[in-house]
Design a protein around this ligand. Structure first.
Ligand SMILES: [Cu+2]
Length: 129
């Protein structure tokens, strides 16, 4: 009985930690709201070292959206924590940011979209390096 209780408690904790951001896939259109969507990709296959992540936002109203990433290794939280870093826009208007994968293993990148400091959307990229 005790075992079941702890298993339940653990899964509840796990769920609540992960509930906020939905898991998102590369190269797929993701809807933020009725006028805005985006897709992300890596400029090269992710590997140990710096890899550029690119986010392409399609916005019918051409609003000035800001994109942020926060990444780390879930198995050793805090060891490689990036803090909240902002994507820069390139000449084409796409959002780019070098992600530093310090070592092989499972990584998690939380993408946050904001407009005027208000959160529009948050999604989580999970990948293995
Ligand atoms: Cu690590």
């Amino acid at each position: 009985m005790k075992k079941i209780f702890y298993a339940l408690l653990t899964s509840l904790l796990f769920l609540s930690l992960n509930a906020k951001a939905e898991s998102i896939k590369a190269g797929k259109k993701i809807t933020i709201n009725e006028n805005t969507s985006f897709e992300y990709n890596f400029v090269e296959h992710p590997k140990v070292g710096d890899v550029i992540m690119k986010v392409i936002v399609s916005d019918e109203n051409e609003r000035n959206v800001q994109v942020f990433a926060e990444y780390d290794m879930p198995s050793m939280r805090g060891h490689h924590a990036s803090g909240k870093v902002e994507f820069k826009r390139n000449r084409a208007g796409d959002y780019v940011l070098p992600i530093h994968f310090a070592m092989p293993g499972d990584w998690e990148i939380v993408l946050t979209f904001e407009e005027n400091n208000e959160e529009l959307y948050q999604g989580k990229v999970e990948l293995e390096i």
